[in-house]
Design a protein around this ligand. Structure first.
Ligand code: GLN
Length: 284
C-alpha cells in the first residue's frame, strides 16, 4: 500500500471502503476524515480544500495503521489519544473511561446547585481522565476540588490533563473513601461504574476496549453506587449535595438508596437522550 501514490481523496475513499466492511457501528466517511486529519495534523477544511494533494509514505503508513485498528474496533478516542468533554480536550488512554456527553448533564446540575456556595469544597470520586473534576474547575476557579481514583494509571492521565489545562486539583490515589478519613465536602460528584456484570453491552462497541473496573459493578451494577451513597453522608457538610450518574433503569433503586442514607430533596435528571441519568440529594 505504501508504494502507491495516495492522494487525500483516494486515501479517504479506500478507508471508507475498509471501515464500511468492518463490523463496527460507525460513520465511515466521518471517521476516515477524522483519522486522516490526525495523521496529517490538519483540520477537516484542509482535506476538502486539497483533495488532490499527495501523501508522504509516512503519512500513508500512519493513516492506514489507524484505519486498521479502527476496523478491529478500537475506539476513535483511544486512536486519537483524546476526547472533548465540556469544551476541554482531554487526554484518554485504555486506563480511563472515555468521557461521555451524558456526563455533561451531571456537570450542568452540579453547577446550578453550587451557584449559591462560595468557594465550595468538591470531591470527584472515580475521576478517570479527570473529566468531571476538570469541567467543574474550569467553571468554578474558586472551588477547592479533590479527585480520587483507585487506578494509578488513570490518575496519571487525570494529572496530565490538569497540567495541560492549568487547572488545579488535589489528585489522590484512593479506593473510594479509604484515604479521605475525616474530610468534609460541600459536594460529592461521581460517575461510578454502574453496568451489570452480565450486560451484553460490555461485549460491544467501545466498551470492549475500556477498563472493566470503570464500567461494571456487581450483578445489578449497583455495588459502587451503594457504597458511595451509603458512605457519602459521613463526608458531607450539612446541606451539602451528592450527585451520581447511573444507568437508565436504575433511577428507582438509586432514589431508594438516597432515602435510606437520609438525603433530602432527592431528584433525578434525564440526559440528552431523555433517559433518567443523574440523581442527586442534599444532606439535612
Ligand atoms: N469520572 C470519569 C468520567 O466521567 C470516569 C468515570 C468512570 O471511570 N466510571 O468520565
Amino acid at each position: 500500500m505504501t508504494n502507491q501514490a495516495w492522494l487525500i481523496s483516494t486515501a479517504i475513499q479506500q478507508a471508507v471502503q475498509q471501515l464500511t466492511n468492518s463490523a463496527n457501528d460507525c460513520n465511515p466517511k466521518l471517521e476516515a476524515e477524522i483519522l486522516l486529519c490526525h495523521s496529517l495534523r490538519v483540520n477537516r477544511a484542509y482535506l476538502l480544500t486539497w483533495p488532490e494533494k499527495a501523501l508522504t509514505e509516512t503519512q500513508v503508513a500512519e493513516f492506514f495503521a489507524l484505519v486498521e485498528r479502527r476496523q478491529a474496533g478500537e475506539p476513535i478516542a483511544y486512536l486519537l489519544g483524546y476526547k472533548e468533554f465540556w469544551g476541554l480536550a482531554l487526554q484518554v488512554s485504555p486506563a480511563t473511561l472515555i468521557p461521555r456527553a451524558d456526563t455533561e448533564t451531571l456537570i450542568e446540575i452540579a453547577l446550578q446547585k453550587l451557584a449559591q456556595y462560595p468557594k465550595p469544597q468538591i470531591l470527584d470520586m472515580g475521576t478517570g481522565s479527570g473529566a468531571i473534576a476538570l469541567a467543574l474547575a474550569s467553571e468554578r476557579p474558586d472551588a477547592k476540588i479533590t479527585a480520587i481514583d483507585a487506578s494509578p494509571a488513570a490518575l496519571a492521565v487525570a494529572q496530565a490533563n490538569g497540567l495541560a489545562h492549568q487547572l488545579k486539583i488535589n489528585w489522590l490515589l484512593s479506593d473510594w473513601f479509604s484515604q479521605l478519613e475525616g474530610q468534609k465536602f460541600d459536594c460529592i460528584v461521581s460517575n461510578p461504574p454502574y453496568i451489570e456484570q452480565q450486560d451484553l453491552h460490555l461485549t460491544q462497541g467501545d466498551l470492549r476496549f475500556e477498563p472493566d473496573s470503570a464500567l461494571s459493578s456487581g450483578s445489578d451494577g449497583l455495588d459502587d453506587l451503594r457504597l458511595i451513597i451509603c458512605q457519602a453522608p459521613s463526608y458531607l457538610n450539612q446541606q451539602a449535595w451528592l450527585f451520581v450518574e447511573h444507568g437508565y433503569n436504575q433511577a428507582d433503586a438509586v432514589k431508594q438508596l438516597f432515602r435510606q442514607a437520609g438525603f433530602q430533596s432527592i431528584t433525578c435528571q434525564v440526559d440528552l437522550a431523555g433517559h433518567p441519568r443523574v440523581s442527586y440529594g442534599q444532606t439535612p
